[in-house]
Structure formats: C-alpha cells, structure tokens
Design a binder for this molecule. Structure first.
Ligand code: 5AD
Ligand code: SF4
Length: 440
C-alpha cells in the first residue's frame, strides 16, 4: 500500500478540497499518513492569492529536497491555485516537483499517480464549468470530529480587479442541494455538531433543475432543518448580493450562527469602483444596518486591502472611517499584492510603496485591535451557548469553544467534554478571546 501525505495552505476551500482528494485516493487503495516522512507521495494544496503565499510554498518545495535525497522514491505534486496559475512551468522552476493538478482535475489523481510512479511527469490543469465533486463524500482529515466544511459551489466570476481566483478556480457553479443536505445529515449522524457551507460568493449560489430552483436562503433553510442541534455557518458573502431574504432565514433559525463575514476591501467609493466591487460605501453600510435590524446580536467580520493601486491618504482615511462605523468583531487585513493576469496587473499601476502599504496596514490593524477589545469588553456579564471544541492551548484544565457569533470562549473544564453545548457567562476578555465560567 502506498502512502500519501497532503499539506494544505490558504483558504478553507483548499482544506475542503484536500478532503475530496483524500477520498478519491483512499477509494483507489492509497493510505493517508500524518507526516511527510512516511509518504511515497506528498501533495501540496496551494494558494496563489498573494505573492507571499506563493513564496512560502516555493520555500516548502525547496525544503522537501532534503527528504527526497533520503527517500529517492518520494514524489511531490502541487495541487490547487498555484498549480492552476503556473501549470507545467512549475515543474521547470522546481525540478523536484513531478506533477501539478488544478482544482477541477482531482478525479484524475489516480491516473496521474500511476504515470508518475512509472517515472513520467504530469500536468492536469483543465478547468471545468460543471465539476462540483458532488458525489464524493470527503474524508475528514485534521478534523476535531465536531465541525466540518461542506463545499456548496466552486469558482468565481466576479473579477475583482486585484483577485487571481477567477483565473485559478474558473467559472462559478453550484452543487446539487440534495447532495449538500445529505452530506450535512451524514455528518450529524456521525456526531458532528457544526457545518460551514463554503463558496467564494455563497450569496450567488443557485441550483436549477426541471423540478426546482434553489437559492442560498432556501439551501440554508434546508441544512438548518437537518437538526436544531446542528449549527450552520457559511463563508464568504459578497456585499453586493447579501439579500434581506437570507437575513430573514438566519434570524428565523437558532441553529444558524449569528455571524457574517462581509469583506469590505476598502471604505473609499473611488477604490471600490476601481476594484470592480459593484457596491459603494453607502450600499455596504445599508447592508450592515439590515444585518443589525434582523439580528441585533450578529457579529460582523471583514477582509480589507491596504494600498491598492492609486490609493490616496484620503481613500485610506475612508477605510479607517468605515472600520469606526461598522466596528467589526474581527478583520483579515492585507497589503495589496499585484497578481499576474488580473485587471490591476493589466491596466493599473501598483504605485503605493511597500513602506506606505505597511504604514497604512499597521494603522488599520491598530484601530481594529482597539475596536475588537472594546466590543469584547461589552460582552462581559453576557451568557452564551458555547459548542465545546477542545482543550485550551494554554492549559489542560481549561476548554475552549465558540458561541454562535464565532467568538472563542475559554473556561474551566469541570466535567464538560468536547462536542457538548454548555452555557458560559463571560467574565473577562482580551481583543482576541473571551474568558468565562460555566453556568450549566
Ligand atoms: N492582494 C491583497 N489581498 C488580496 N485579497 C485577494 N486578492 C488580494 C491581493 N491581490 C484578499 C481580499 C479577499 C481575501 C480572501 O484576500 O481581501 O477578500
Ligand atoms: Fe476574488 Fe472578488 Fe471572487 Fe472574492 S469575489 S474570490 S475577491 S474575484
């Protein structure tokens, strides 16, 4: 039996894809292993979103050369977005790579591994307009047995000016809702308590058949109905498509988590237009107001980019102002990185210096740190239902879990086990974590 080790980088979608790849290979008789040292094949599922993500992977490929010197039969393959972007060029650049496989070609993995075993090199990077891997039950790796990802759609065709994803993951396509609900049901039957529905822009999920038309709100409702004890989350929402109908459904079900990730990218209308985001700051703030109207207790998180092409100090100030207005609970904050093939690369100038990008990013990070701490302080005294996930990293005597708002809460363990729902009262906090005590 041959051994495969999969290492995943980047977004949640990549981690979900790796579980599909594992399922395909296990069915063919391969065994998954937990370390590179035990492997005959190492698969690296890669991210291309920013240049530093790619540099990190290049470094990892170079490091693996030492292991290959000790195990000459070891073969390395690159999967995912970087494989799609660079295709066979990646094997010229890194001679120790034997195969590259793009995100829509994973069904060909068994055939590719056969070729590679015979000493050939292989590149399969064709994108598809229909592949959703709907019939493949992912093999949950690295899972805590409590929460799992379910991929509900693939690809993106929004073509935000900075983003490489439409080129690496292809056209948008939605997965048959019945297979999604079945996957949620199976997970719940196995003891899972939380699923996260994944897509690049879940709000544009759309399934059409002769019998029915299902949008994202209807899909959420069906998954929520699997069991009131199964929590449902989702990522990521595009502000341009966030409908009141979805907010209504979220408000209606206690087990749909009160937490929305709504990437703003910039607070400046000029930047949003240049980024091709299809909304302005007024529209975005209207969506925030709608979220708060339907669900006053909903947490809101975001993504933001500092130093996009031609961004002025005034544009940057508009972003800070947006953060002050929305008061996000959490933000993923990035410096702009110019990506090959994007509109920005073809038509705009990456004209903000690295030092200036860093300064602006640091200002956003500092402001967000203050806001998160202030938001968390308001939580002191409140009680939450927490789904317990495991032992706290700091102490074996403590457990951690999340509330519906996706905030991490740490508390003394007493007789509680991971996987249980408990009520915790918040007693203290930092900007990143809540501390609490068990109430029940
Ligand atoms: N540079 C910096 N950040 C980017 N993102 C996407 N493309 C780029 C880029 N070229 C960020 C966006 C997106 C998140 C997943 O990554 O904020 O929402
Ligand atoms: Fe990239 Fe925009 Fe698609 Fe998100 S919506 S994956 S930022 S192109």
């Amino acid at each position: 039996m041959e051994h495969v080790y999969i290492e995943s980088y980047g977004c949640q979608m990549n981690f979900a894809d790796s579980e599909v790849v594992a399922a395909i290979l296990i069915k063919e008789g391969y065994a998954m292993v937990q370390s590179a040292e035990e492997a005959d094949f190492i698969l690296i599922n890669t991210c291309a979103i920013r240049d530093n993500a790619e540099q990190r992977i290049r470094k990892r490929i170079r490091e693996l050369q030492a292991l290959q010197n000790r195990h000459p039969q070891l073969r390395i393959g690159i999967l995912g977005c970087m494989a799609e972007r660079l295709q066979s060029q990646l094997m010229v650049e890194a001679e120790n790579v034997s195969f590259v496989v793009g995100p829509d070609a994973y069904r060909k993995m068994p055939e590719i591994l056969r070729q590679v075993r015979e000493g050939m090199k292989a590149a399969e990077t064709e994108l598809s307009t229909v592949e959703t891997y709907a019939d493949i039950e992912p093999v949950r790796m690295n899972s805590n047995g409590i929460s799992a990802y379910i991929s509900i759609m693939r690809g993106c065709q929004n073509y935000c000016a900075y983003c490489v994803v439409p080129y690496t993951r292809g056209r948008e396509r939605s997965r048959d809702p019945e297979t999604i609900v079945n996957e949620a049901r199976n997970l719940f039957a196995k003891g899972y308590k939380e699923v996260t529905l994944l897509g690049q822009n879940v709000n544009s999920y759309k399934w059409k058949s002769d019998a029915e038309e299902v949008g994202f709100p209807e899909l959420m409702e069906r998954v929520a109905q699997v069991s009131p004890l199964l929590r449902v989350r989702f990522a990521t929402s595009h502000p341009k498509d966030l409908s009141d109908r979805l907010l209504e459904v979220m408000a209606k079900y206690d087990n749909i988590c009160k937490c929305i990730h709504l990437p703003v990218q910039s607070g400046s209308d000029r930047m949003l237009k240049l980024m091709n985001r299809h909304y302005d700051s007024a529209w975005y703030l209207d969506r925030i107001a709608a979220i708060r109207r339907y669900m006053p207790d909903c947490s809101i998180t975001t993504d933001v980019i500092a130093g996009f092409c031609t961004e002025t100090e005034e544009d940057h100030q508009a972003t800070l102002e947006m953060f002050r207005k929305v008061r996000y609970d959490y933000a993923f904050m990035f410096k702009f990185s110019l990506r090959p093939n994007t509109y920005a690369e073809k038509h705009l100038q990456d004209d903000i210096s690295e030092a200036e990008k860093t300064r602006r990013l640091e200002e956003i990070i500092a402001l967000q740190g203050e806001i998160a701490l202030e938001n968390n302080k308001q939580e002191i005294g409140r009680r939450y239902e927490v789904l317990v996930e495991g032992e706290s990293h700091r102490s074996k005597e403590q457990l951690f879990g999340r509330n519906s708002q996706n905030k991490v809460i740490v508390f003394d363990r007493e007789n509680v086990q991971p996987g249980e729902y408990v009520t915790v009262e918040v007693t203290d906090c930092t900007a990143a974590t809540l501390k609490g005590k068990l109430v029940s």
